[in-house]
Design a protein around this ligand. Structure first.
Ligand code: FDA
Length: 382
């Protein structure tokens, strides 16, 4: 087909751009996707044995306070009333996360008022005033007892590094709530797509002016596919430029999925494991994301999550963002500015952790501020 725009990548960023440009601007859009399926990391699929919806690239919970994004998402799916809650196991006991008044009372074994708890934590946190590594930074924020219980082992497993050897700048804040509110997110809107993520993503791509080609790496076909047509590229920024300025650092995850012969493995969707001698960081049990669905009562799907630094062939999940990474990012941004007719977006194209609502909001802004002015002749893409 003759196309007006090429989009590399079919995650939430790429599909939002494609959908708006096709439906609203009347453009013919070609979406190229390297993987064998659309949807990027939000992709989910039914487990073949139980039919339970599994999030292949890690658990995805939708939440936003952005009304425009919420209304846009609701054009393609309805949402359940799911509210996310997380627990953490430490030394054989279970606590509520993020750290809240309930966690503090349970951990110290007595009732505290909010003011008493605040004074207790402030007293512990005063131990460190000039943090020089992640451990000291965390202690300066929540004090040693809570750090040692809930942060030290978990962080060491996330980075496979002793927190005393990690830079302080990795954390800027650690949320502590001095109420019994145990909801994980405090956004205005929250829920899970009623028919699953893939049905939602497929509806976004389902437009007569959108063609999607999976198993197609944009970088392998760019001259044939794009010609002189504008491109929105949502793949890794360093890979686009042949790693000319060096590799941007990422953390990756390994997932171990298993069907267990029980109707309920852990009684909750996500259980963190804070002890350092438990090798995984958390266990997801997918049936609990959809209590409204009819799932088998004698089997369940669990997924253990392990974390480590990513090598070049691994899935890049979380930007590491060291000072060296930030210097490389600036160099890549400079190269990107010189790339005529190509816009870089999404979490990989900007080297930024983005929640789904942020990826959608970023794509809507790119359409408003760059693509619409270009295609209506008001301003040219540089
Ligand atoms: P995304 O990575 O989804 O899509 C990019 C696509 O581009 C991929 O499909 C890739 O294959 C393709 N691609 C790359 N290079 C290409 C090339 N050269 N040619 C063609 N295609 C190419 N968010 C949230 O709101 N709630 C949550 O609970 C979670 N949970 C979560 C867990 C984990 C483990 C991670 C890593 C992330 C989350 N997220 C999340 C974040 C969420 O995954 C993220 O917001 C979206 O994936 C962003 O969408 P993008 O389109 O930017 O990237």
């Amino acid at each position: 087909m003759n196309v007006d725009l090429v989009v590399a990548g079919s995650g939430f960023f790429g599909l939002t751009v494609a959908e708006r440009c096709a439906a609203d601007l009347g453009l013919r859009v070609l979406v190229l996707e390297r993987r064998g399926h659309i949807g990027g990391n939000a992709y989910s699929e039914p487990d073949p044995e139980t039919g339970i919806e599994v999030h292949r690239y890690g658990a995805h919970l939708f939440h936003t306070s952005n009304r425009r994004v919420w209304e846009y998402a609701n054009r393609f799916t309805t949402f359940t009333g799911y509210r996310h809650r997380v627990f953490s196991t430490f030394k054989g006991r279970v606590y509520s996360m993020p750290i809240n008044l309930g966690t503090i009372c349970a951990y110290f074994g007595r009732a505290f008022t909010p003011d008493e708890a605040r004074a207790l934590v402030a007293g512990h946190a005063a131990e460190v005033s000039n943090p020089s590594n992640l451990e000291e930074k965390a202690i300066s924020l929540v004090g040693r007892p809570l750090y040692e219980a809930f942060i030290r082992g978990y962080t060491a497993k996330q980075w496979r590094t002793d927190p005393r050897e990690l830079p302080a700048e990795i954390i800027t804040r650690l949320p502590v709530r001095y109420t019994f509110d145990d909801r994980y997110f405090n956004d205005t809107y929250e829920g899970l797509p009623t028919g699953g993520y893939t049905a939602w993503l497929e509806r976004m791509a389902d437009h007569p002016r959108i063609e999607v080609r999976t198993e197609t790496d944009f970088l392998g076909v760019r001259d044939d596919a794009a010609g002189n047509v504008p491109v929105v590229y949502t793949g890794p920024l360093d890979r686009y430029f042949g790693y000319a300025e060096g590799d941007l650092g990422w953390r990756t995850l390994d997932f171990e999925t298993e069907v267990r012969p029980t109707g309920d493995f852990q009684g909750t969707p996500v259980m963190n494991y804070a002890d350092e001698d438990v090798p995984y960081t958390r266990v997801h049990e997918f049936r609990h994301f959809h209590p409204e669905r009819e799932y088998p009562s004698d089997r369940t799907v669990i997924m253990r999550e392990y974390s480590r630094a990513a090598a070049r062939g691994d899935e890049p999940y979380y930007p590491v963002n060291t000072a060296a990474d930030r210097a490389r990012l600036l160099a890549y941004r400079e190269l990107a500015r010189g790339e005529r007719g190509v816009l870089f977006g999404g979490r990989l194209g900007t080297y930024k952790y983005l929640d789904m609502h942020m990826a959608i909001a970023g794509a809507l802004s790119m359409v408003d501020n760059k693509l619409r002015p270009h295609f209506t002749g008001a301003a040219r893409l540089t």
